[in-house]
Design a protein around this ligand. Structure first.
Ligand code: SF4
Length: 301
């Protein structure tokens, strides 16, 4: 039986305003009735769910909804919840849920904003979250060195899980900045080759494809429509939303054959069209693809 990674939007609101952000912010939140439908869906399909991730915008703005879903489904989902958060709304209750029910927690750290290292480090230590915490290191053009220094600061504090994310799709990358990015990528990857405890999440799980923002997961939008990828939550990809539409949630059964593979190939073709007019994006994808292979080839030697 196929198992699926599921991504859910719980809100389309965020309390940050990152310069590279392209997500469609229209302040929608799931209603109580919608949340019940999600709970029913999980409880009906749990045998085919590999992971269930709360992602995009700032999911913790609607913590009460996330908490409710977890409480009603955690026995079925078997603690395979995941979350991506900008870390602005952490507290003890949330961290305790992370500890008990989550398998992966992604803390986004971006090179444009101040990040409260001390608070985040102390939460990780207090709740023993080291093994399941990943730092999403977001790298903007012209901020490559800043991002590298952020990486070193976290690495030197013994946290070893990273997800390296140069800004995809929305920013022009000049040649000089791509060269700077190559320099810091090489330094980070060489550390990962010599220090086997350092894990670069996307690179090491994705040998066959470049590491862009696209997740190969079924994605449930706030209007309870299901898509083949969460990438449709951005303006740039919303233009081809209808091509990535699968069905309404109430018609979704994970027992039935869902052809992710051929859709994945289709998305790769769309991606090439979308990035071709954004300066440096094609080269950015090639560069990250090159480094993904570089790391995996070295690790196999
Ligand atoms: S990139 Fe993420 S944290 Fe930044 S504004 Fe957009 S949704 Fe919020």
């Amino acid at each position: 039986m196929d198992k699926f990674n599921i991504i859910l939007h719980t809100t389309t609101t965020c309390n940050y305003n990152c310069s590279y952000c392209d997500v469609i912010k229209n302040n929608k939140t799931l209603s109580d009735q919608d949340i019940e439908m999600i709970v029913n869906f999980i409880n009906k399909n749990y045998k085919s769910i590999n992971s269930f991730k709360f992602f995009w915008w700032e999911p913790l703005l609607v913590w009460k909804n996330i908490k409710y879903i977890i409480e009603k489904t955690h026995k079925k989902i078997n603690n395979q919840f995941e979350i991506v958060t900008n870390t602005s709304i952490l507290n003890d209750e949330i961290l305790n849920y992370f500890k008990i029910y989550f398998s992966k927690i992604f803390f986004s750290i971006d090179s444009e904003k101040i990040f409260d290292y001390e608070e985040v480090f102390s939460f990780i230590d207090k709740y023993n979250l080291e093994d399941k915490t990943y730092f999403n290191l977001i790298i903007s053009p012209k901020k490559e060195e800043t991002a590298y220094n952020q990486f070193i600061k976290i690495y030197n504090n013994w946290y070893k899980n990273f997800n390296i994310l140069p800004v995809y799709f929305t920013k022009n990358w000049e040649k000089e900045n791509l060269l700077n990015l190559s320099t810091i990528m090489k330094k980070i990857l060489d550390k990962a080759i010599s220090d086997k405890q350092l894990k670069l999440y996307w690179f090491q799980s994705n040998k066959w494809y470049n590491s862009s923002l696209i997740n190969w997961s079924l994605f449930i939008n706030t209007d309870l429509k299901v898509y083949f990828s969460d990438i449709v939550s951005t303006h740039i990809w919303a233009k081809i939303k209808d091509k990535l539409f699968l069905c309404d949630l109430d018609n979704l059964s994970l027992d039935e054959k869902i052809d992710m593979k051929s859709k994945t190939k289709e998305i790769e073709v769309y991606e090439k069209v979308i990035i071709k007019d954004i300066k440096g994006q094609m080269q950015l994808h090639e560069l990250m693809d090159y480094f993904s292979k570089y790391l995996n080839n070295k690790n196999e030697l």
